[in-house]
Design a protein around this ligand. Sequence first.
Ligand code: SIN
Ligand code: MN
Length: 224
Amino acid sequence: MSDPLFMEDNLDRSPRVLAPGAVWIPDWLTLAQQSWIVARFHEWRDGPVPIRSAKVRGHEMSVQTVCLGWHWRPYAYSRDAVDVNGNRVLDFPDWMVRLGRRALVRATGDPAAGDDYTPDTALVNFYDADARMGMHQDKDERSLAPVVSLSIGDTCTFRFGNTRTRNKPYQDIALQSGDLFVFGGESRLSYHGVTRMHPATAPKDCGLQHGRINITMRVTGLTD
Ligand code: SIN
Ligand code: MN
């Protein structure tokens, strides 16, 4: 491949701390876990709130999103999908809380790191070959608890930047199917985005033939 991301140092798939609180754990999910989650995605995307491209300042995002626990729209959370069909989103699944806790334990090496972590929303994004996401901060939450990100399907170029500006310095990494990325602590409000997809790179048995699913679990800090 000619993409610089796939050359030399960037082929190193060892766990990596990109910045304090920002940890990349390649190949964290097994293929069986990935395909099980993809089957859940196929249930979530049909409703009660169907997957949709959110509109940002009148423009549809290229990414499609379905939410669990709390519904996200630019730039707010609500229980009901007021910008889609008014239905209440699905509950946040218990298994995903457990997975999020295990992700923090793995990312920090601290067996207690997940004890106080109870994510209550997940943004489940689907990227087709042309989708991307501009540099942004995850700052619609009232809590600064870590964000846990899981990727399944095609590889993407993920850009992880700094907390001050959406421009350099940033690091580009290839997030592949099964990868875990956590950003919390000093990196919780770092700018990040997806600059491009790499079609036809999904492993055969991950459950997704085309495109990429990314799940970000977060703590909203909201109450009903
Ligand atoms: C996001 O920033 O919400 C998604 C990031 C990703 O797709 O890896
Ligand atoms: Mn984000």
